[in-house]
Design a binder for this molecule. Structure first.
Ligand SMILES: Cc1cc2nc3c(=O)[nH]c(=O)nc-3n(C[C@H](O)[C@H](O)[C@H](O)COP(=O)(O)OP(=O)(O)OC[C@H]3O[C@@H](n4cnc5c(N)ncnc54)[C@H](O)[C@@H]3O)c2cc1C
Length: 346
């Protein structure tokens, strides 16, 4: 069923940057609708590292991915953003009156003068290891079977955990889950890692203390009933094979990142990123802005704090498109009673 909506700004992506854009736009009285294919807000922060600490958010010496998203949600509450979760933004069309119509695969149609693409890395899919029948053990439930992300560490308590991979995710989860696990085993096809050196050192320490077992090996087969993993067959570098008991198998072989339908929107792209100017963060199509990991410009750093700055400047430019006859006055939240009223704090 088609749901037709009119608003000031349609945002593609409810990652940290899409969320903060709601705040900056809200201060300027611009209303937002956000579309995300995921079933919850937070993008990479909640999908890939909800329980990992982030140390470089200004003013927050330590905040986990989930906590940052919770705080952003609290901060934008006064502006009552409307979320369309579990929906893929599939097409964008320019209307005769100059506005845009954004359609989703669930039949939502959002008409707005401004589109903000905050699509991050696009739709990301974990890479499935080449193990026959592994898909039968995926989505088996909390803390059992095969998982490509850790949503809740507690569900893995008391389990025989097998992790495969040699990058940051594999090593980080070995370190974080080892204290909860009944047993923790890491397998990687070589005795060397792509992960940060301090993580490798920590893993080696845990290995020395007997809290982690490490094998140079690959997973060849998975065993058990569909949905209930009991173990795997491992093969060492010398091709020797052995059975290894495991309740849960966490392969971290990286992500396949697909830009998805945004590639077909007619926006100028360079290497799957949207080139923008650094005064407005607008794409080469007027009225379509790109902020966060999805954009590119000289000196771009894919950091959350960069995206926050981009959102602030984008909002100023979006205001002039949405309200061409109104003047924009620069105000501080600290001293403006007008802004404080909008935030519901005065
Ligand atoms: C393990 C890890 C650790 C990190 N640590 C840090 C750190 O310490 N500090 C830091 O600053 N940064 C860190 N980052 C990077 C940071 O997470 C990203 O810079 C940030 O998430 C970018 O936010 P975003 O909103 O631009 O995009 P994302 O977080 O990627 O969100 C984009 C959203 O858009 C949605 N989307 C995409 N295409 C569509 C579509 N067509 N329709 C609907 N929805 C769509 C996606 O589902 C996603 O939810 C880390 C990243 C990872 C993976």
């Amino acid at each position: 069923m088609t749901q037709a909506i009119e608003t000031d700004v349609a945002i593609i992506g409810a990652g940290p940057i899409g969320l903060f854009a709601v705040f900056e736009l809200g201060l300027l009285d611009l209303k937002c609708h956000l579309v995300d294919i995921l079933d919850r807000p937070g993008g990479q922060c909640t999908e890939l590292y909800p329980e990992k600490p982030i140390y470089d958010i200004p003013g927050l010496p330590l905040v986990t991915g989930q906590e940052l998203v919770n705080r952003l949600l609290e901060q934008i509450k006064p502006f009552d953003p409307q979320f369309h979760f579990g929906e893929m933004a599939t097409s964008l069309e320019k209307l005769a009156d100059g506005r845009w119509k954004l359609k989703t695969d669930a039949g939502t149609e959002i008409t707005a003068p401004v589109i903000v693409v905050a699509a991050g890395a696009g739709s990301f899919q974990p890479k499935r290891p080449p193990v026959p029948g592994i898909e039968k053990f995926e989505n088996a439930g909390d803390g059992v079977g095969v998982h490509y992300a850790v949503r809740k560490m507690e569900t893995f308590r008391g389990k025989n955990i097998l992790i495969a991979g040699g990058g940051d995710s594999a090593l980080d989860w070995v370190i974080n889950l080892a204290p909860l696990a009944k047993s923790m085993t890491l397998v990687h096809h070589r005795d060397g890692f792509r992960a940060a050196q301090h993580s490798v050192n920590q893993m080696r320490e845990l290995e020395k203390e007997g809290k982690v077992k490490f094998h140079v090996a690959s997973v060849k087969q998975v065993h058990g009933e569909p949905g209930k993993l009991t173990g795997v067959t491992l093969a060492g570098a010398d091709k020797n094979e052995w059975h290894h008991e495991a309740d849960v198998f966490l392969p971290f072989f990286g992500l396949t990142i697909k830009l998805g339908p945004i590639a077909e929107f007619g926006i100028n792209l360079h290497e799957n990123l949207i080139p923008v100017d650094t005064a407005r963060f607008e794409s080469q199509t007027p009225g379509i802005f790109a902020i966060g990991d999805i954009n590119s410009y000289t000196g771009k750093l894919k950091l959350i704090l960069s995206g926050f700055h981009e959102a602030a400047l984008m909002a100023q430019a979006a205001f002039h498109i949405c309200k061409p006859n109104e003047k924009l006055r620069f105000q501080y939240t600290t001293s403006s009673s007008n802004l404080q009223k909008k935030l519901g704090v005065s």
